[in-house]
Design a binder for this molecule. Structure first.
Ligand code: HEM
Length: 382
């Protein structure tokens, strides 16, 4: 598929060579409108995206199906149903505070040094550049290590999380759902003892780490149940996986397209806005929601085009220019309001470290890759 292909759906745009002229047309002409073919509303400009993400009338899951039917009753369904990402309401908001509190204290400098080491090791094998491993496994292994897993267990967790994330899109097949259930059960076995150890160590005042921070944040809040903490520890891995892979890949593509002179950290942060690894998210109306003269009825769905809003000229001057070091950009890639991503700093540090190692090794990629056939993550096939 090339950039000149006529786009028939904003979901298809995610994997085009250049979806941005299409998004720009939506921002200019259909900033908040119902898409018949998609059967959903589409929020494209910054004002609509902000309003949708900030509304209490809209939920992250359909009211009638909090957990996808194909994984309900499995370990994958249990984990999914406890993720702060996939739930709303008072308990979810409280747990979100705990999760965000833990991530805010994550040691990003240590995470970056681990990512650099894992990347160097992957590159030292020689032969074909192991892009898959650098984009997906390295960030997941770092988060596993921050969670207290040994290197062997971290490698296994990185493989299992690849299976788990397959159950998240609405298009998941029964086979993918079965594999996700097996993976979720294994991830609980791997991370459960680390979480229990973190809570025991805490009372004795010992080791550091992400799970230790999770337990400490939970205790500060008076949150006692370990089950939801374990699910969200698995969530750290699943939220890292595709999104950070996309950020690494899209930064490499930006370099190949002419950004070679840029500082890596500044480039990664601008790629977050300019070529968002997560291009869209969804909301489901629990109550009526009105915006710009239109009303979304309860039960209807909204596709939220984060990647389009990032390039809305109303919030970012010269929005289509890739400008590393851009001052105070409006960025929607990490969402906004109640469900805003608490992992942005960590993701940016991991991507910076991996891309820095590739640049130091003199390795680059093509400027015109194909993209994985995904509905919301933009990840080049390198
Ligand atoms: C480039 C990498 C990343 C991108 C683009 C990204 C993007 C997002 C977005 C858009 C959301 C909100 C979804 C919505 O409101 O519908 C989100 C939520 C979340 N992200 Fe990230 N993320 C990234 C990396 C990470 C990492 C590394 C972690 C943690 C290790 C993380 C943890 C989370 C969590 C826990 C949530 C759920 C927050 C909530 O629902 O309240 N993310 N992310």
């Amino acid at each position: 598929m090339s950039s000149t292909t006529t786009v028939s759906s904003p979901v298809e745009a995610v994997r085009l060579a250049d979806p941005y002229p299409y998004y720009a047309r939506l921002v200019a002409e259909r900033s908040f409108a119902y898409d018949e073919a998609l059967g959903a509303w589409v929020a494209a400009d910054a004002a609509a995206v902000r309003a949708v993400l900030g509304s209490g009338a809209l939920r992250v899951r359909p009211v009638a199906e909090p957990v996808p039917a194909g994984i309900a009753g499995t370990a994958a369904g249990e984990v999914f149903g406890e993720l702060v990402r996939m739930t709303d309401g008072a308990a979810a908001a409280r747990l979100k505070g705990v999760v965000a509190g833990a991530l805010a204290r994550a040691d990003t400098a240590y995470a970056a040094s681990l990512a650099a080491r894992f990347a160097r090791e992957a590159l030292s094998a020689g032969g074909e550049v192991p892009y898959e491993e650098l984009m997906f496994a390295v960030p997941a292994r770092v988060v596993a290590a921050l969670s207290g897993l040994t290197e062997g267990a971290g490698r296994e967790a990185a493989r299992a999380i690849g299976d788990f994330v397959q159950c998240i899109p609405a298009t998941a097949t029964p086979e993918q759902q079965r594999a996700a259930a097996t993976a979720a059960a294994r991830l609980r076995e791997l991370l459960g003892p680390a979480l229990t150890a973190a809570s025991a160590v805490h009372t004795a005042g010992g080791a550091q780490g992400l799970l230790r921070e999770l337990v400490t944040a939970a205790e500060r809040d008076g949150w006692a149940r370990l089950g939801p903490l374990l699910s969200n520890a698995i969530g750290f891995l699943s939220q890292t996986y595709d999104a950070t892979a996309g950020l690494i890949g899209n930064t490499l593509v930006a370099l190949a397209r002419g950004a070679e002179g840029s500082d890596t950290g500044a480039l990664v942060r601008e790629v977050v806005r300019h070529d968002a690894p997560i291009q869209n998210t969804r909301r489901f109306a629990a109550e009526a929601f009105a915006h710009a003269g239109s009303t979304v009825e309860p039960g209807q769905q909204i596709l939220v085009l984060l990647a389009a809003a990032n390039r809305d000229p109303a919030v970012n001057p010269d929005p289509h220019a890739l400008t590393p070091g851009r001052v105070n950009p409006a960025v929607f890639t990490f969402g906004a309001a109640a469900h805003r991503c608490p992992g942005g700093e960590l993701a940016t540090a991991l991507a910076d470290a991996v891309v820095t190692e590739l640049r130091a090794a003199g390795l680059g990629t093509t400027a015109t890759p194909a993209y994985r056939p995904l509905a919301n993550a933009r990840i080049p096939l390198l």
